[in-house]
Write a protein that binds this ligand. Structure first.
Ligand code: FES
Ligand code: FES
Length: 156
Protein backbone atom coordinates (compact mmCIF):
# COMPACT_ATOMS: atom_id res chain seq x y z
CA UNK A 1 0.00 0.00 0.00
CA UNK A 2 0.91 3.64 -0.24
CA UNK A 3 1.04 4.93 3.33
CA UNK A 4 0.36 8.61 3.88
CA UNK A 5 0.37 10.04 7.37
CA UNK A 6 1.69 13.01 9.32
CA UNK A 7 4.89 12.21 11.18
CA UNK A 8 6.37 14.74 13.57
CA UNK A 9 4.35 17.47 11.91
CA UNK A 10 5.32 16.60 8.33
CA UNK A 11 3.16 14.85 5.80
CA UNK A 12 4.93 11.68 4.70
CA UNK A 13 4.12 9.25 1.90
CA UNK A 14 5.84 5.90 1.60
CA UNK A 15 5.25 3.45 -1.24
CA UNK A 16 5.04 -0.33 -1.08
CA UNK A 17 4.40 -0.61 2.63
CA UNK A 18 3.10 -3.94 3.86
CA UNK A 19 -0.07 -2.79 5.66
CA UNK A 20 0.17 -5.71 8.07
CA UNK A 21 3.76 -5.00 9.05
CA UNK A 22 4.20 -2.86 12.12
CA UNK A 23 4.17 0.91 12.29
CA UNK A 24 7.46 0.54 14.17
CA UNK A 25 9.04 -1.12 11.12
CA UNK A 26 7.65 1.56 8.81
CA UNK A 27 9.05 4.33 11.01
CA UNK A 28 12.46 2.76 11.47
CA UNK A 29 13.10 1.26 8.08
CA UNK A 30 11.01 3.29 5.65
CA UNK A 31 10.89 6.75 7.18
CA UNK A 32 14.40 7.09 8.56
CA UNK A 33 13.27 7.38 12.17
CA UNK A 34 15.23 4.80 14.20
CA UNK A 35 14.61 6.49 17.57
CA UNK A 36 11.77 4.16 18.56
CA UNK A 37 13.39 0.87 19.48
CA UNK A 38 12.43 -2.68 18.59
CA UNK A 39 13.32 -4.58 21.73
CA UNK A 40 10.59 -7.21 22.16
CA UNK A 41 8.20 -6.48 19.27
CA UNK A 42 5.48 -8.10 21.39
CA UNK A 43 4.04 -5.16 23.29
CA UNK A 44 5.89 -6.07 26.47
CA UNK A 45 8.68 -3.53 26.91
CA UNK A 46 7.46 -0.10 25.78
CA UNK A 47 10.69 0.77 23.98
CA UNK A 48 8.72 1.50 20.80
CA UNK A 49 6.24 3.95 22.39
CA UNK A 50 5.05 6.71 20.04
CA UNK A 51 2.02 8.95 19.92
CA UNK A 52 -0.68 7.96 17.44
CA UNK A 53 -3.24 10.75 17.19
CA UNK A 54 -1.85 12.06 20.48
CA UNK A 55 -2.30 8.77 22.35
CA UNK A 56 0.77 6.77 23.38
CA UNK A 57 0.87 3.34 21.74
CA UNK A 58 3.34 0.54 21.26
CA UNK A 59 4.27 1.00 17.62
CA UNK A 60 5.19 -2.68 17.37
CA UNK A 61 1.53 -3.56 17.97
CA UNK A 62 0.08 -1.09 15.44
CA UNK A 63 -0.17 -2.25 11.84
CA UNK A 64 1.31 0.26 9.44
CA UNK A 65 -2.00 0.38 7.59
CA UNK A 66 -3.71 1.64 10.74
CA UNK A 67 -1.65 4.82 10.58
CA UNK A 68 -3.08 5.84 7.21
CA UNK A 69 -4.28 9.45 7.38
CA UNK A 70 -3.36 9.77 11.04
CA UNK A 71 -0.78 11.67 13.02
CA UNK A 72 2.32 10.06 14.53
CA UNK A 73 4.79 11.71 16.88
CA UNK A 74 8.00 9.91 17.74
CA UNK A 75 10.79 10.65 20.18
CA UNK A 76 12.55 12.49 17.35
CA UNK A 77 9.57 14.85 17.21
CA UNK A 78 9.91 15.99 20.82
CA UNK A 79 13.14 17.92 20.36
CA UNK A 80 13.14 21.38 18.78
CA UNK A 81 15.90 21.12 16.21
CA UNK A 82 19.13 20.66 18.16
CA UNK A 83 17.47 21.62 21.44
CA UNK A 84 16.54 18.58 23.48
CA UNK A 85 13.13 18.47 25.06
CA UNK A 86 13.28 19.00 28.86
CA UNK A 87 12.38 15.33 29.36
CA UNK A 88 15.26 14.23 27.14
CA UNK A 89 17.67 16.59 28.91
CA UNK A 90 16.48 15.38 32.30
CA UNK A 91 17.22 11.77 31.37
CA UNK A 92 20.78 12.75 30.49
CA UNK A 93 21.25 14.90 33.58
CA UNK A 94 19.91 12.20 35.92
CA UNK A 95 22.13 9.49 34.43
CA UNK A 96 18.99 7.60 33.39
CA UNK A 97 20.45 6.65 30.02
CA UNK A 98 22.70 3.62 30.22
CA UNK A 99 22.40 1.22 27.27
CA UNK A 100 19.66 3.57 26.05
CA UNK A 101 17.44 0.93 24.55
CA UNK A 102 14.50 1.75 26.80
CA UNK A 103 15.08 5.50 26.70
CA UNK A 104 13.06 6.62 23.65
CA UNK A 105 9.93 4.83 24.83
CA UNK A 106 10.39 6.10 28.35
CA UNK A 107 10.87 9.66 27.14
CA UNK A 108 7.58 9.53 25.24
CA UNK A 109 5.81 7.89 28.19
CA UNK A 110 7.17 10.52 30.61
CA UNK A 111 6.20 13.28 28.19
CA UNK A 112 2.67 11.91 28.22
CA UNK A 113 2.64 11.55 32.01
CA UNK A 114 3.71 15.16 32.56
CA UNK A 115 1.00 16.41 30.20
CA UNK A 116 -1.55 14.75 32.46
CA UNK A 117 0.18 15.31 35.79
CA UNK A 118 2.84 18.05 35.91
CA UNK A 119 4.15 17.01 39.34
CA UNK A 120 3.69 13.28 39.87
CA UNK A 121 4.69 11.41 43.02
CA UNK A 122 7.12 8.49 42.92
CA UNK A 123 4.19 6.07 43.13
CA UNK A 124 2.38 7.81 40.28
CA UNK A 125 5.54 7.70 38.19
CA UNK A 126 6.04 4.00 38.83
CA UNK A 127 2.44 3.28 37.92
CA UNK A 128 2.56 5.39 34.76
CA UNK A 129 5.79 3.77 33.60
CA UNK A 130 4.85 0.19 34.50
CA UNK A 131 4.71 -0.71 30.81
CA UNK A 132 8.23 0.51 30.09
CA UNK A 133 10.95 -1.94 31.04
CA UNK A 134 14.54 -0.98 31.79
CA UNK A 135 17.17 -3.63 32.43
CA UNK A 136 19.96 -1.26 33.41
CA UNK A 137 19.04 1.54 35.78
CA UNK A 138 16.98 -0.04 38.54
CA UNK A 139 14.45 2.74 37.81
CA UNK A 140 15.52 5.18 40.53
CA UNK A 141 17.45 7.33 38.05
CA UNK A 142 14.43 7.30 35.77
CA UNK A 143 12.26 8.54 38.63
CA UNK A 144 14.85 11.22 39.34
CA UNK A 145 14.70 12.19 35.67
CA UNK A 146 10.93 12.58 35.82
CA UNK A 147 11.21 14.92 38.83
CA UNK A 148 13.90 16.93 37.05
CA UNK A 149 11.76 17.16 33.93
CA UNK A 150 8.74 18.19 35.99
CA UNK A 151 10.79 20.94 37.66
CA UNK A 152 11.96 22.10 34.23
CA UNK A 153 8.43 22.24 32.86
CA UNK A 154 8.37 18.97 30.96
CA UNK A 155 4.93 19.48 29.43
CA UNK A 156 6.13 21.34 26.33
S1 FES B 1 9.22 -3.35 21.01
FE1 FES B 1 7.16 -2.71 21.20
S2 FES B 1 6.66 -3.14 23.27
FE2 FES B 1 8.67 -3.94 23.04
S1 FES C 1 19.08 2.00 30.03
FE1 FES C 1 19.37 -0.06 29.30
S2 FES C 1 17.37 -0.90 29.28
FE2 FES C 1 17.14 1.03 30.21
Amino acid sequence: MRLTCTVNGQRRTVEDVDPAASLLLALRERMGLPGSKNACEEGECGSCTVYLDDQPVCACLVAAGQAEGRSVRTVEGLASGDDLHPVQQAFLDAGAVQCGFCTPGLVVAVHDLLRRDPDPTDAEIREALAGNLCRCTGYQMIIDAVHRAAAAGGRR
